[in-house]
Design a protein. Structure first.
Length: 417
């Protein structure tokens, strides 16, 4: 949504945006309603090349089905001990370098060059993740040196923390580091979404001028929804929308609610937890098993993905919006700002870092470490007590985090290039 919002608001600042993205058939999900605001913005699409790895995985899957095997395509515990698997791990780390959309780089680069020539475009912006998008920008910048390039880091790549949840080796990491360095050195401007990441880049890439790194936070669209304009669920409701990945687990909240019920501080018929999106598994474990572990079968509702507008409505009608951001000190989930704009107090399960700093600075909820279950209990209990007089946001602080203001900042930076 960050790039879509830039495209939406830049025309008002005197810039005509053109968007280059992946062809629809490669998308796992598509919510066309989220593009309603981009009417009139030219959107171009490029496909992906077929890789040797893609072909190998398809053939292996077909062979497994033919043999009637239920084995996963991934490695087994026995295989991991073998030299063969070590070699396989090494090759796999290179095959998905820098990520699994690397085969978009060449088609996107040629498409971008044609668009630049035809439309006389003099500035490009690439945004990661996926990191392959920056390599498209790098190639375009090399082939069109007069074109100004802005590299936007919504999340870190290698600095200050190496890629998580990917197959890597020390050798593949060294290549990733080099690629990131090429990108940052070649780009005319580097954007981040958090102050702490911008400062880390400045400290690490000392060969670059500090003025190259700029902060443009994410934001929400429209005006902040007032609590007086909302219609809440009858039962006290805590809702999460999104995907349970990257170590994100609602278990600390389950534990806190189960404890409150056991202490008779709340009745299980008076509280509801909604998990909306890709939430049926938590780190490979069925979510229902975790729910059952805490005896919350009548409390927790798992809802499959819904259109974005419907997800927003669920958050707006909830008493607390649940945010899961563990081990992410340098980035802030984009949904944080959306929760702020919907006027729903946030319970952020996170450690110290950018997300906790934001939550506390705008007085829009509470940030709690995942291991501090007692603090989670206290916040939930406090919010239940004030269920009929919901917490109000510090609107003057929140207003600076609108998508429109972010696009205005971007326009100012483009004008100075």
């Amino acid at each position: 949504m960050r790039i879509a919002s830039f495209a939406k608001y830049l025309p008002a600042e005197g810039w005509d945006p053109y968007v280059l993205t992946l062809k629809d058939r490669y998308l796992e999900e598509k919510d066309i309603n989220r593009l309603d605001s981009l009417d009139g913005v030219p959107i171009f699409k490029a496909g992906k090349l077929v890789t040797i790895r893609d072909t190998y995985l398809k053939i292996k899957l077909l062979l497994n089905r033919w043999r009637g095997s239920n084995k996963n395509v991934g490695e087994t515990a026995v295989e991991k001990k073998s030299k063969k698997v070590k070699i396989k791990h090494f090759i796999s780390s290179l095959a998905i370098l820098p990520d699994d959309v690397r085969n978009w780089i060449i088609p996107a680069t040629f498409k971008a060059l044609r668009i630049l020539s035809r439309e006389k475009i003099d500035t490009i912006l690439t945004s990661c993740p996926p990191y392959s998008v920056h390599l498209v920008g790098l190639l375009v910048a090399i082939m069109r040196p007069k074109v100004k390039w802005i590299a936007d880091f919504r999340d870190p790549w290698m600095v200050p923390i190496e890629k998580n949840f990917s197959i890597t080796t020390s050798f593949s990491n060294s290549i990733d580091y080099r690629l990131e360095r090429y990108v940052i050195q070649r780009a005319d401007l580097v954007l981040t979404t958090t102050k702490i990441l911008a400062e880390t880049f400045i400290d690490f890439y000392t060969q670059c001028q500090a003025s190259k790194f700029k902060l443009i936070p994410n934001g929400f669209d429209g005006k902040i929804v007032s609590s007086t304009d909302k219609q809440y669920y009858d039962s006290f409701t805590i809702s999460y929308t999104g995907v349970l990945y990257f170590g994100r687990t609602p278990e600390p909240v389950f534990q806190a609610v189960a404890s409150l019920i056991k202490k008779n501080k709340i009745a299980e018929t008076k509280i509801c937890i909604k998990l909306v999106g890709h939430c049926r598994n938590v780190e490979g474990i069925p979510t229902f098993e975790i729910i059952k572990k805490y005896g919350l079968e009548s409390v927790v509702e798992v809802i499959d993905p819904v259109p974005h507008a419907e997800a927003q409505k669920i958050i707006m009608q909830s008493h607390v919006a649940l945010l899961l951001a563990p081990d992410q000190p340098y980035q802030i989930p984009a949904k944080t700002y959306e929760y702020m704009g919907l006027g729903t107090p946030i319970l952020a399960i996170t450690g110290e870092g950018a997300t906790a700093d934001l939550i506390h600075s705008v007085s829009t909820g509470k940030a709690v470490h995942p291991e501090n279950v007692e603090a989670i209990e206290e916040y939930i209990l406090e919010m239940i007590k004030h269920k009929d007089s919901p917490e109000r946001h510090a609107h003057s602080f929140c207003k600076q985090y609108t998508r429109k203001s972010s696009a205005q900042k971007l326009a100012q930076y483009i004008n100075r290039l």
